[in-house]
Design a protein around this ligand. Structure first.
Ligand code: ADP
Ligand code: ZN
Length: 727
């Protein structure tokens, strides 16, 4: 299998000198005039029949080319090969593109050669001319570990030439100095917590799952701060003690710094990290350490699912409800769902962790497919924060401002008591829309159906979809009126401006993905908050993550209604999950927390659920709305997204798909219709959505459907199984 978008593996001959090559071996092969790296694939796939892609044409043996070489790399384990086949078949992606995720090319580049050092030869050559300097070198070399030329010369107090002379004479031998193992083994007994209340029983259950050494799925649910992380670390401890490897998936790698610090305190060693920002050397070292089993615990983003685990004994998916687990470009897959598949193939337990589980996972609990473990209360003396809605119709902010006086008073009080406050707005930049007051012109992206977002600090208007930017114009591009362009609505930058004016003495920190440059910067910001150098944190969804800020007692949600629009199937569910997670940052230690939700629809079920904290009832209502129409999780969805630079090519292809749509019981096709993001990066887009009963496998239907339509020139059809985004 090559890491290229072919329909399946290609055939090659094995020359006699490579007769012992086996499936999984990594080899180089000729392809046209190039040399490609690939993996020797299994002759037969073990996929369920409805997933098996159609057979490919046989190539006559006489025309086959030979494999060029076997690379000096650990083979890709059978489980991982099977997983690659499965993900490709499930997502309708070329298997080579899935393999590419497992073989991130730079992970395979050779490691730097280990340094070599000198040791004394077992017997000195008979004709050796021994001078005092030479004797000093030989004595030093005899003392112990192999030393490099420079180091040996330094310790013996001689020049490097003496050493080269001894080597030439055969009195010194070069040997490779083995690098220290990159990851030390975490110690399960290093610093275990004292478990309290229902924690102990839940931890015992999880340890039992690990000890079973077989496939199982558990949903671990507990309010923020109840000790879920603490407890799944006990499952990890059991896994390490059993000699197996554990994988922890986090939705956002910016979170990993606090997580690894906590892990190190618990286990006395750092876990291996895996994410797209990893430096290339560390990437290579980590890939090999996972393959040879020396990396015992890996914490990473969704791509860590494709690492060549040697003996996987546990997978944890933390914040399992997070949509960040869905990869939207390239191979579109949901890492939570694929983690379950990976665990099944590895005969390992998987634990899905959340304070607000997805309806998908709850439905699986309801159907008896997942076990359910619950933690009732916050750990220690911490209680759940008190959540209130703030009716923006009754207590509106002053004209041109966005914070209600009720909220600003509460912030002043918290800061006055020496506590910390946080303002949350899930919108980057200064203002989401720029409008001409004279002619009504709205500043739009030239490449996308989207408004340009003002980023005042950078003096630009930018598109959050394609990255286009331009300087903020002085005059309206339509009517040429000067100084008529006005920002409409707030982003975090604008809220920060307002906060600086309202709380002039407060020490303010802004946390947004575009102001924090990577995990290190995020970790530094979190440190400052923990050291109480900050009074008020203002942030986008990055602050919602599982941070532990013990002195933070007040959270203000600037626009709680923001996520409710847009007609997305999961809009309400997602809003509850996100806002609950933000709210969960408040009052995690002794001092009680308070959360204020600014809303124009305080009676909305989402606001009511956040206030009452009764998510079970809210999710029941959600379930009742989705069940009758067979919407997920009670049915299956698959989306087709047609795009082309020429509007006609997209339109005609979409129509052809519509005309050829499958007609069968339990399956319905919606569309084609222009996508909400009708133009993205200059491409015109249409969507079709297939909805099927849960007992129908959509892959064969989709495959058949796609086989009947040839895209127009320049048009592309992207497949999104189980779509999360409907843009
Ligand atoms: P969650 O993952 O559910 O949000 P955490 O595991 O982060 O909860 O726990 C919240 C806080 O309480 C953390 O600071 C954690 O270290 C602490 N904690 C939880 N359980 C215990 C325990 N049994 N002993 C000591 N500290 C605990
Ligand atoms: Zn754009």
């Amino acid at each position: 299998m090559l890491t290229l978008p072919f329909a399946g593996p290609l055939d090659y001959l094995l020359p006699p000198r490579l007769a012992d090559v086996r499936p999984g071996d990594i080899v180089s092969v000729p392809l046209g005039r190039r040399t490609e790296t690939g993996v020797v694939w299994d002759a037969t796939s073990r996929l369920p029949p409805e997933f098996t892609p159609p057979p490919q044409k046989e190539v006559a043996t006489a025309r086959l080319k030979p494999v060029a070489a076997r690379l000096d790399l650990p083979p890709l384990p059978a489980q991982l090969r099977q997983f690659v086949d499965w993900v490709a078949a499930y997502t309708l992606s070329p298997p080579g593109m899935v393999l590419a995720m497992a073989l991130r090319a730079n992970a395979l580049a050779p490691l730097p050669r280990p340094a070599s050092g000198w040791v004394a030869a077992p017997a000195l050559p008979a004709d050796l001319r021994l001078t005092p300097t030479r004797r000093k070198v030989l004595d030093t070399a005899a003392e112990g570990p192999p030393l490099t030329t420079t180091e040996l010369a330094r310790r013996a107090g001689v020049g490097a030439a003496v050493i080269r002379g001894l080597a030439q004479a055969g009195a010194l031998q070069a040997i490779e100095i083995a690098p220290p193992p990159p990851f030390s083994i975490p110690d399960p007994t290093h610093c275990p917590p004292v478990l309290e209340g229902d924690q102990a029983a839940v931890a015992t259950e999880l340890r039992a799952r690990v000890a079973e050494d077989g496939f199982s799925i558990t949903l671990l649910e507990g309010v923020t701060g109840s000790g879920k992380t603490e407890i799944y670390m006990e499952a990890i401890a059991a896994c390490i003690a059993a000699g197996r490897q554990a994988l922890v998936l986090l939705p956002e790698i910016a979170l990993s710094a606090q997580w690894t610090g906590r892990f190190a305190r618990r286990f006395g060693a750092e876990p291996a990290l895996w994410h797209s920002d990893l430096g290339s050397r560390l990437r290579r070292v980590t890939w090999r350490a996972v393959a040879d089993g020396t990396a015992r615990v890996v914490v990473g983003a969704r791509s860590a699912l494709f690492l060549p685990f040697h003996q996987l004994g546990l997978i944890i998916v933390d914040e399992e409800h997070e949509t960040a687990f869905k990869q939207e470009d390239g191979v579109t897959y949901h890492a939570r769902d694929m983690a379950v598949v990976r665990a099944r193939m590895s005969s390992a337990p998987v634990v899905l962790v959340s304070a607000t589980p997805s309806l998908e996972s709850l439905a699986n609990v309801g159907a008896g497919r997942y076990r359910h473990l619950k933690l009732g209360a916050r750990h220690g003396n911490a209680s759940m924060p008190d959540v209130e809605t703030l009716d923006m119709r009754a207590d509106p902010p002053e004209r041109g401002l966005f914070l209600s006086p009720v909220l600003t008073d509460a912030i002043n009080d918290a800061i006055g008591r020496g506590e910390q406050a946080m303002l949350f707005l899930n919108r980057r930049g200064y203002a989401p829309l720029t409008l001409c007051r004279t002619c009504g012109h709205r500043m739009q992206c030239p490449n996308c159906t989207a408004w340009l977002v003002e980023h005042r600090a950078r003096h630009i208007l930018t598109c959050h979809h394609c990255g286009y930017d331009e300087p903020i114009p002085q005059t309206c591009p339509k009517c040429a009126d000067a100084d008529s362009l006005t920002p409409i609505g707030p982003g975090v930058e604008r809220i920060t401006e307002e906060a600086r004016a309202t709380f002039p003495d407060a020490r303010i920190l802004v946390m947004a993905s575009d102001t924090l440059n990577g995990p290190a910067a995020t970790a530094a910001a979190v440190e400052r908050i923990a050291r109480r150098e900050i009074d008020l944190v203002i942030g986008t969804q990055i602050v919602a993550k599982g941070w532990h800020f013990p002195h933070l007692t007040l959270v203000g949600i600037v626009d709680a209604d923001l996520g409710l629009g847009g007609g997305d199937l999961r809009a309400s569910e997602r809003t509850v999950q996100l806002l609950h997670q933000v709210a969960g940052r408040a009052g995690r230690a002794e001092a009680p927390g308070r959360v204020l939700l600014q809303s124009y629809v305080p009676d909305h079920p989402v606001m009511q659920a956040l206030v009452s904290g009764d998510f079970a009832s809210f999710m029941e209502q959600e379930a009742e709305q989705r069940r009758p129409g067979f919407w997920p999780p009670y049915g299956r969805l698959a989306a087709l997204i047609v795009s082309a630079e020429m509007p006609d090519a997209a339109d005609l292809t979409a129509r052809a798909l519509g005309q050829n749509a499958p007609r069968m019981d339990g399956v319905q096709v919606l569309g084609p219709a222009p996508a909400p993001l009708a133009i993205l990066r200059g491409r015109h887009r249409f969507r079709l959505l297939l909805r099927a009963r849960r007992n129908i496998a959509v892959q064969p239907i989709m495959r058949e459907w796609l086989s009947r339509v040839k895209p127009e020139r320049g048009a592309r059809i992207d497949v999104d199984i189980d779509p999360v985004s409907f843009l």
